[in-house]
Structure formats: C-alpha cells, structure tokens
Design a protein around this ligand. Sequence first.
Ligand SMILES: [Zn+2]
Length: 316
Amino acid sequence: MNIQELIGEIRLQPTWKSGGQRAPHKALTILFALGRALQGHRIISYRVAEPELKNLLDGFGPPRDLQHPEYPVWLLRQFRGAPTGFWQLEGDTSGVEDASKNPRPAEMREHISFGLSESAWRVICEHSNNARVLAMLLAAEIVPATLHQSLLDAVGIDMPTDWSPFDAASAAPDAPLLLVGRKRVSSARFQRDPAFSRLVRDAYRSECAVCSIAPKLGDELFGLEAAHIRWVNHEGPDIISNGLCLCRMHHVGFDKGAMKVDEQMRVRVSSRLDHSRPSDEMFRRFEGKEIRLPQNSTDNPHQTMLEWHWSEVFKP
Ligand SMILES: [Zn+2]
C-alpha cells in the first residue's frame, strides 16, 4: 500500500455527511487512530479510547445529546460487506452485534481493540508528511479552516503552522495530485470564490457583526474575516447571505458552535461556554443583542443557512 492507495481506500467510505447533516464520525475516528499511530500505538483498546472518542465527537461533531463512538469504530472494518484494507479490529467480534446488527458498547469495551492495519501503518511510518496530508484531507472535509489546527492538536497530529499541502509535493509526490483531483477538497480549501471575503467585508462595512471591532494599522484593516454560515465543505454557497463579517475570535467561536445568530438576528451564546470573565466579555455580553446587519437588507443572513448552523454546529 502507498499513500495514494491509502487515500483511495479511505475515499471508499461514504462521504462525511448525510443529506444536509454533518456525519464526521468516521473521519474523526480515523483521525484519532492516525494520531495514535503516529505516537507508536497502532492498535488501541476500545475501552481506553471510548472516552477520548466521545470528547472528540462532542468537540468537533454536530451537536447531539448522546455520542456513539462504537458505530464508526465498528463500521469502518468493512465497506459493502468487504473488509477494508486500512482498518483493523482485534479481539472476539462474535458477540458484538445485536439482532439489528448494531454494535453493543459493552461487548466492544470487553473484547475489541482497533486501529490502522499494518499496511496502512507502514504508509504512515514511511514519511511523516503522509500522515499530515491524510490528516489535512480529512480535516478539510469535516470542519472549516478556523478549526483545523485545534482538531489536529486534539488528535495529537503535529502540523507546523507554516505547513501547506503543497509543500508536501516533494516529500509525497502522489499526494498533491490527489488534493487537486478531489473536487470537494479543492473547492473547500483552494478554489473558493476569492471575491467572497471582500464582498462580505464590504457589505458589513468592514466591522465585526458581533463586536463591531475594525482594527486598522495605518490604513490597513486586520483581523476581520468572512465566515461562512453554512460551511463551504458542506455545500455552503459563496454568497453574502451565507456570510458574516467577524473578527477572528468571533469567527472561531461561531464555527465552534459557541454562539449563533437567531431568527431575529440576535446573538445567542452556548450554555456550554465557560463562565470566566474573559468569556463573559468576549461572548456573553453580546447575548440577545442584534448583530450589525449589512447595509443592504437583501444581504442579511439567510434563514436556511442559519438553520443549518443551528442544527449542525451550534452547541445549545
Ligand atoms: Zn468580534
């Protein structure tokens, strides 16, 4: 197996969404195993991994009351009935499935260990850039760029801040071709409408819609970004009504689900946000306040885009 074949194997998995809903569970589970493999642990006990997987799904998956990490761990073992070449389960699998073919968590805890297959592990060990290319591919498909670094940190994959997939060209010659060849990744990361950021910033008079900060150094604005309400990697369009001009911190907070904009265009803050004075000052003091709307009301955040953010991103 080489990096190209490994990516091909992983691509056989269904996409990381289902209808309009985010379904990043398998991708997050692969990232978890990838991080562990890089630290020298190819096979991990499900009992040990379960709490960490729950945290990962909680932090980077859609808001759901209960997380079920047993599903991705169990389902990745095969694709359409045939064993996958990159995933491995160890232990007695005979009693894991119930009558409806759903995995039983208690049996998984008792008997199952999982991780990358030996052939996939060898690809990862061959060159550290192989893991980075794969990690970036997965991250770019399931979360926006604001969260890439924290996701990779969470799974223990070291990604130098100046690293770009294109730098990997010399080290992993196959990978950049795949990056370019993957339309979904390309459109998400590399080919989105370059005018979008400028249009959104102009529509919002170059101020954060939440805190109205507009810092300038000389004549140059900095720290303002155009957020997608419905993420680009989840079919969010590059139109102003799918955008919000936000400062860096409010952009990350919005993408992380720490806040949302409600139907009356008011800021709502997650009840899960910590109660510290900085968090109060940065987020909670805007609770219930109307955002600074675009100059033209037809550019206001669109209800259907907001609804996607409420159900798939915001942590109530
Ligand atoms: Zn702000």
